[in-house]
Design a protein. Structure first.
Length: 233
């Protein structure tokens, strides 16, 4: 079974099990989360669920919701009131305690706001995302205000990390996030304590948010190579 199909299986399993009519629903970003968006659209179109109020984490997700007719609100909208019933999202790395790294797609800021504002949070992934320790493979993205990228880079570097300003692929210069900030991809040269590092990064002046998600623990839907979906947490 190919990776795209595995991503789809994990996303469909989470939506089918967790999404109920009337929910205020956070929708994540990326090539796995997009399958959850599509499944929600499909169930709405088939009349199997109704009354969904969705909050999107990125232009990618917003555009897909618009295409599928999924009703969208901001987190501040009266209909949402800053609190969600459920968020479904993808991840770049997930450890055995269901802590994760996110932000490969550059949407970490809204992804974290929405995950932490949800009564329940689910991650969907294929098994390539499971790791023993966070940060050994995938660099931790850190979103910074542009005025501070150099000072933050210096500071994080002093913690023992290689820090690279994320470059845009089809534009000259850095990636500018949907909130007008830059991203520092941070590869720690030693094992980190994810909870302590999330807190430490959040305390650096100029850091908007980090891609370490440790304070709330999601349910994780992992698609295995044989096509089965394992649920954890
Ligand atoms: C975007 C994210 C994504 O959820 C994460 O990068 C995983 O993406 P994919 O499912 O495409 O591997 O955090 O900011």
């Amino acid at each position: 079974m190919d990776q795209v199909t595995r991503k789809e299986k994990a996303a469909f399993a989470a939506v089918d099990e967790l999404v109920k009519s009337g929910m205020k629903l956070g929708l994540g970003t990326g090539s796995t989360a997009i399958h959850a968006v599509r499944r929600v659209g499909e169930l709405l179109a088939a009349g199997k669920i109704a009354g969904i109020r969705a909050v999107s984490t990125s232009f990618q997700t917003t555009m897909e919701c618009e295409r599928l007719g999924i009703p969208l609100y901001t987190l501040n909208a009266r209909e949402i009131g800053g609190a969600l019933d459920l968020t479904i999202d993808g991840a770049d790395e997930i450890d055995g305690e269901n802590r994760c790294i996110k932000g490969g797609g550059g949407a970490l800021l809204l992804e974290k706001i929405i995950a932490y504002a949800s009564a329940s949070w689910a991650l969907v992934a294929d098994e390539s995302k499971l790791v023993e320790r966070l940060g050994r493979g995938f660099p931790v993205p850190v979103e910074v205000v542009s005025e501070a990228w150099t000072s933050v880079k210096n500071y994080i570097g002093s913690l023992g990390a290689e820090v690279v300003l994320r470059e845009a692929a089809r534009k000259v210069g850095p990636v500018i996030t949907e909130h007008g900030n830059m991203i520092l991809d941070t590869r720690f040269l030693h094992d980190i304590s994810p909870g302590a590092m999330e807190e430490e990064l959040n305390n650096v002046p100029g850091v908007v948010e980090s891609g370490l998600f440790t304070r709330v623990r999601p349910r994780v839907f992992v698609a295995r190579a044989d096509g089965s979906v394992e649920e954890r947490g």
